[in-house]
Design a protein around this ligand. Structure first.
Ligand code: CA
Length: 235
């Protein structure tokens, strides 16, 4: 079945160009011009979308507000934001709001198509069979993007899941913020890496018994972080 993409873009000319190219690649694509219309489509009972291409500068609600509202309302469709302001602070603001990827405008259509394909593949990859990880009474289901702690079930965004997967894959090893930015977010610029700390604070709230004294997601001074599955040393 063709993947279905919602394009949220108020520049009609650009929106139609993106739609035309997506359809030529075999996707189904719809266009809406405002954040409000996007929320209506994505939060209503209407068609399910596999991905959203979301402009930041929109009349009314901007893209950042749209993606945070989606996440607050537990709608976890992958979101690629298009920002005219490609400054790292804006990019990280988008990720912090719950976006999964970004592209700075003006962009090449070929690059946009490649990023959309990549994001859809990553989503599929995360949804591999029986893709679970259990540690210290917590289970992460990378298929459902859910974290189970006791009888609580929390939903993760794609980036939260990617970040956890990255740290878990390096269990016991110190990982630098720069590595995280490059490997998880694909950002290679000199960025204020402290913005990643917001994600860590959130993940600690999810998995740490006492988030102010982390035992699983510990800070390694001057380096970055270390994931420890069993802080008591039993394996
Ligand atoms: Ca715009």
């Amino acid at each position: 079945m063709a993947s279905r993409v919602l394009i949220v873009e108020d520049e009609q000319h650009l929106a139609e160009g993106v739609r035309f190219n997506l359809e030529a690649e075999g996707y189904e694509a719809d266009v809406v011009e405002t954040g409000e219309a996007a929320l209506e489509r994505l939060l209503g009972a209407a068609p399910r979308y596999d991905l959203v291409v979301l402009d930041v500068m929109l009349p009314g609600k901007d893209g950042f507000a749209v993606v945070s509202e989606l996440r607050e309302r537990r709608q976890f469709v992958p979101v690629l934001i298009l920002t005219a302001r490609g400054r790292p602070e804006d990019v990280l603001k988008g990720f912090d709001a719950g976006a999964d990827d970004y592209l700075a405008k003006p962009m090449e259509l070929a690059i946009l198509l490649a990023r959309i394909g990549g994001l859809l593949r990553r989503t599929q990859w995360l949804r591999g069979p029986a893709d679970r990880y259990t540690f210290a009474g917590r289970t992460i289901d990378f298929d459902a993007l859910e974290l189970t702690v006791g009888d609580r079930v929390l939903h993760l965004t794609l980036m939260e899941a990617n970040l956890l997967r990255f740290l878990i894959g390096r269990e016991g090893k110190a990982v630098s913020r720069k590595d995280v930015l490059e490997q998880v977010w694909g950002l290679h610029e000199d960025t204020d890496t402290r913005a990643i700390d917001n994600f860590l604070v959130r993940l600690r709230r999810y998995i740490e018994p006492d988030p102010s004294r982390p035992r699983h997601l510990v800070t390694v001074r001057g380096v970055g972080y270390r994931f420890i599955a069993n802080p008591d040393g039993q394996s």
